[in-house]
Design a protein. Structure first.
Length: 340
């Protein structure tokens, strides 16, 4: 009888390794939870705009926008006829596709299962940072599109038609129009006087009210602006600008701002201590339709792509864009935004 083959430490059968270092369903589910947690924490814009699913595989989506009808007919007996039809303009929105690759090797898998690798589990491995990087750039694309992602600073190269076509919330396709702009209280060095916050809200309202958008509004600002407004206290009442902005009311006594939020994606330049920008918009038209939506073909999710003999490779991917269908419902503070 032939004696069984002895396997030394450097010749372990590959089948055994494949079985040992493939993630089981529970571990894969834990990776999905990591991705979901990171995306939920960083998705600022999707908190305020509805998400519309685009069929998978589509590279673009057309959205028809209705125009106002002609004036009504004046006829005493109501017999005169002039059939009017809604004029529609179809605007094409192109989707951006992004992915970030990661791997989990056998050492990290073993350490995560044994819970003794400096208390580092799979939750703290590469997939978390891959998801964070992807959602970071996803927010940039939603706000600004693909053509202004600081290529000069990152030494990236233009991508041809992708650069031209993928638009963002604050630079919609030319067929959709352009967003409003306003000048904030204070200068570019910062809004460092008490009352600058409410004054800036009023300046933003003036550009939106002219287009019959009366609120309530969502007010978003960069962290620099948020940090400054939190320090702007009235010397007599000791009320901060943030409190005063929350207390602002419209003609009917309702709150002007339905929400305040902070995001770092409103400026083209890298954020420094003395710059910032603000965006204010109305989420719905008077008819109840959204002024903008987030189009998604592939939501941010974890997709394993390959099981190797020493671990697993995978991708975190996303495909979508922001569709601004009513640019006149948005206004951006542009003095700082235009920094190179």
């Amino acid at each position: 009888m032939k004696e069984p083959t002895i396997y030394f430490s450097d010749s372990v059968p590959s089948k055994w390794v494949d079985a040992e270092y493939a993630l089981n369903p529970r571990e894969i589910l834990s990776l999905d939870r990591i991705v979901y947690g990171v995306v939920r924490h960083n998705a600022v814009l999707q908190k305020w705009l509805p998400t519309v699913s685009v069929p998978k595989g589509m590279l673009q989506r057309e959205i028809a926008i209705a125009q106002e009808l002609n004036e009504p007919m004046f006829s005493r007996d109501f017999m005169k006829e002039d059939i009017d039809e809604v004029r529609k303009s179809a605007i094409t929105y192109h989707l951006a596709a992004m992915h970030k690759d990661f791997r989990i090797n056998m050492i990290d898998i073993d350490a995560s299962r044994n819970q003794n690798y400096y208390n580092q589990t799979i939750e703290a491995l590469n997939i978390r940072e891959a998801a964070l990087t992807l959602t970071d750039y996803k927010e940039r694309v939603l706000y600004r599109g693909y053509d202004i992602l600081d290529k000069a600073k990152t030494a990236a190269h233009p991508q041809g038609l992708i650069d031209t076509n993928v638009k963002g919330l604050i630079n919609p396709p030319s067929a959709a129009g352009t967003i409003n702009t306003f000048a904030a209280a204070g200068d570019n060095a910062g809004m460092d006087s008490a009352g600058d916050g409410p004054l800036s809200v009023g300046a933003a309202m003036a550009s939106l009210i002219a287009d019959e958008y009366y609120g309530p509004y969502v007010f978003q600002m960069t962290p620099d602006i948020y940090g400054q407004l939190a320090q702007n206290f009235n010397a007599t009442t000791h009320v901060s600008d943030i409190e005063r902005m929350h207390a602002m009311i419209d003609l009917d006594g309702n709150k002007i701002l339905e929400g305040l939020d902070s995001t770092k994606y409103l400026i083209k330049a890298e954020s420094v201590a003395d710059n910032g920008s603000m965006l204010m918009f109305q989420r719905k038209t008077p008819a109840g339709e959204p002024t903008a939506v987030v189009l998604e073909s592939y939501p941010v999710a974890h997709y394993p792509t390959q099981h190797s003999s020493l671990g697993i490779k995978g991708k975190v991917l996303w495909m979508g864009c922001a569709a601004n269908m009513r640019p006149s419902a948005f206004t951006l503070e542009t003095d700082v935004d235009l920094l190179a």
